[in-house]
Each structure stands twice: as C-alpha cells, then as structure tokens.
Unconditional design. Structure first.
Length: 170
C-alpha cells in the first residue's frame, strides 16, 4: 500500500468491532512509530496501551466513550524532556507528540485497522489512573477493526481546497 492510498483510506472510525487486534499488528505499529522523527531526536514520549476490556475499563474515568475500540493507546509527553525554541520561546514537544500520534494513526491504516485520534479526555484523571510520574497524557488513539456500520462522518469530506490553504512564496 502506498502512502497516497493510506491517506485516501483513513478516516476517523467511531464504531469498532470487538475483534481483538493481533499482538503482531500492535508490534508492527509500534515499530513504525519508533522511526518517527522528533525535534533534536529528543523522543520525548512514552506510550501506554490497553488491549483487554479490563485494561480499557481503567481508562473510563478519563473518557467515557471509546466507541468499542479493543485497543487504546495513551500517548504521553515526558515532562523533563520538554524543549523550547530559543527564538520563539515556544515549546516543541506538542509537535513531537503530534507526529508520534499521526504516525501511529497511519500505521493503523497500514496494518488494516481503523483509528480515532482523541484529545477530548481528562489528562489529570488519566495521570491519576495510570499513575503517571513525570509524564503528561497528551492524546489517545483508539484502534481496532471498524464495525460493519462504521462510516466516515460528514467532517471527513469537508476539506478546504489546496488553492485555499497553500501559498506559493514568489
Ligand atoms: C488532534 C486531534 C484531536 C482529535 N480529537 C478528537 C476527539 O477527542 N474526539 C473525536 O471524536 N474526534 C477527534 N478527532 C478527530 C477529528 O474530529 C477528525 O479527524 C476530523 O473531523 C476529520 O475527520 P476524518 O478524521 O474522518 O478525516 C481529533 C483529531 C485530531 C487530529
């Protein structure tokens, strides 16, 4: 599968089958994530995942709806590795974590799975339930085989045209 096809196929899945995700696919996804770039190769992240109903139920206080996903990743930043750009004073870790999550999202498509990138959860509660030390839960990725009734939402096809957002510097 080439990357263009992966981009065409991926959409936010909000209805997952309970079929478990094979360990081999989890390992392949994480190997792809490992190769993702980060600023100064800082690798300021840790990833937790739950692949059993028991594990996922521990995350319920942080967010109540996992759309039936049988596999949930929680992507965390490492507090002490937060890095600031000297010129702008802006912090880069958020971009690093976004790249890690995005790689995981497309890796899921690559191995034939659906995904949902989730930021709407309570990171304070996630920190408590996962007993995170020196880590901040930044986002989650819900992963699994899409249910038969799964379909892209209306938002999926609502995109600005390339002419609208791409600006040539002449
Ligand atoms: C950073 C980020 C956070 C998101 N958080 C949520 C979320 O909390 N809940 C949700 O249902 N979808 C969430 N989404 C999915 C977006 O709503 C979705 O990607 C967008 O509407 C485009 O639809 P598509 O993914 O089907 O192309 C998030 C996506 C991104 C990139």
């Amino acid at each position: 599968m080439d990357f263009e096809k992966i981009c065409d196929q991926r959409y936010s899945v909000r209805s997952f089958s309970s079929t478990p995700v094979e360990d081999e696919k989890i390992a392949r996804m994480l190997e792809m994530v490992k190769k993702a770039p980060t600023a100064r190769n800082n690798q300021p992240y840790e990833i937790f995942y739950a692949k059993t109903p028991e594990g996922i139920s521990k995350l319920l206080p942080a967010r109540d709806n996992y759309f039936g996903a049988p596999l949930v990743f929680v992507i965390c930043s490492i507090d002490e590795k937060h890095w600031h750009n000297r010129q702008s004073g802006r912090e880069f870790t958020c971009q690093d974590v976004g790249i890690i999550a995005t790689t995981l999202m497309y890796a899921a498509t690559e191995v034939g799975l659906g995904s949902l990138y989730v930021c709407a959860f309570d990171p304070i509660v996630a920190k408590e339930v996962l007993n995170l030390q020196g880590l901040t839960a930044e986002c989650m990725m819900l992963v699994g085989y899409p249910n038969e009734d799964a379909k892209p939402s209306a938002m999926h096809d609502s995109r600005r045209s390339v002419e609208e957002f791409a600006h040539e510097i002449k």
